[in-house]
Design a binder for this molecule. Structure first.
Ligand code: 5AD
Length: 364
């Protein structure tokens, strides 16, 4: 049955569910090999880097799974200054990272928006527009998205987290600040403005079903998404969902293994279904398995996000427990990750943007 599905050109929702439910070792290998062959055909045996700069952990949101949520008063909050951010961007540029990702907790005040605009412009200027910039700063007004686009951001990553609206409600406080429909509207605004648009979900959230995940993949297609950043849910002990998971025995080793595998299967099935989009093998994969990111590449991912955040701040930016690379620095992460990519027979696209092929096919 799996062979038959893998030979089809168009997959139905039932097919997606069947593939996401695979447990048999041989069938899993077939799934990953198929996904990898599609990646090879549409993208090549190459992965691209997005140097990740986590510049602030202040956040106005209270997402119930996230370690830097507003109500977690155990977090030591920081906000990097412009010089620090530029220093990391410069490091990325000199090390021929094609792109960086600017990420922070969410803020929507004028000071924040102006600060980010200025940082984007400065990076654009000193690199002569030769360093790609992905922005990841949550829900903003269309006006703000436009401002940042004009300043030089050209990709935006905003995860939908889950497309099951009831589940979305369960993992977020019920108020205007955490509205599912607003998040969808944000994705539409980003598209309208001209960004390459990225979204994604978490896999293995308590009470999430395989059907939910199949619907997530269909959502990516219906929204004509260019880039996918998704990863397994990981417990953070100082959050409501983390506490719930621990209390209900949902964070056993077996459970972690299940979530990790779900992470790989989602990458593979998304690659098979969407073909030419960029898909990241996220750090969260590595948090659950030491070879997580390599396995992500072999399952069809083509983007890696090495953390380049300055060492002093790394431990303060913990969205989940046991985040890897906290004691590393940018140089170490570069060597380590490049080794990981080479170990699976691929090369790194140094000095290249590594844009979403899907986006450009569409724009022509
Ligand atoms: N486990 C896994 N991913 C998480 N994120 C936030 N908290 C967690 C967690 N506990 C992810 C969300 C968010 C991204 C920046 O980090 O999907 O969009």
């Amino acid at each position: 049955m799996i062979d038959k599905i893998l030979q089809k050109d168009e997959l139905t929702k039932e097919d997606l569910i069947t593939l996401l439910s695979i447990e048999d070792e041989q069938d899993l290998q077939k799934l990953f090999e198929k996904a990898y062959s599609i990646k090879e055909k549409y993208i090549g045996k190459i992965s691209h880097y997005r140097g990740l700069i986590e510049f602030s952990n202040y956040c106005i949101k209270d997402c119930e799974y996230c370690g830097i949520r507003k109500s977690n008063n155990l977090v030591d909050r920081f906000f990097m200054n412009k010089e620090e951010i530029l220093k990391m961007a410069k490091w990325a540029f000199e090390n021929e990272y094609g792109s960086i990702t600017l990420q922070s907790g969410e803020r929507t005040d004028k000071d924040f928006i102006d600060f980010v605009t200025d940082v984007i412009k400065s990076i654009k200027d000193f690199t002569n527009g030769k360093l790609g910039m992905t922005l990841c700063m949550g829900e903003q007004t269309e006006e703000t998205y436009k401002k940042w686009f004009e300043a030089g951001g050209h990709r935006y990553l905003l995860r939908i987290e889950t497309t099951n609206e009831q589940l979305y409600k369960n993992i977020h406080p019920e108020n205007e600040l955490h509205s599912f429909s607003n998040r969808v509207d944000c994705l539409k605004s980003l598209r309208k403005i001209g960004y390459q648009v990225g979204t994604g979900v978490m896999m293995g959230i308590p009470n999430q079903t395989i059907e939910d995940l199949a619907n997530d993949i269909i959502f990516f297609k219906n929204m004509d998404i260019d880039m996918i950043g998704m990863g397994p849910y990981i417990v953070h002990k100082d959050t409501p969902i983390g506490k719930y998971a621990i209390e209900n025995n949902l964070d056993t080793n077996e459970n972690k293994k299940y979530r990790f595998l779900l992470g790989l299967k989602m990458i593979a099935v998304t690659r098979i279904f969407l073909k030419d989009v960029n898909i990241a093998a996220t750090t969260a994969l590595q948090a659950l398995d030491p070879l997580g990111r390599e396995k992500g590449i072999k399952a069809g991912a083509n983007i890696l996000m090495p953390i380049i955040t300055l060492e002093d701040y790394r431990e303060k930016y913990q969205l989940y427990d046991n985040k890897p690379c906290i004691d590393d620095n940018a140089d170490k992460c570069k060597n380590c990750l490049t080794g990981r990519v080479m170990s699976v027979g691929e090369k790194v696209g140094f000095g290249e943007f590594g844009d979403s092929k899907h986006f450009f096919k569409k724009s022509r």
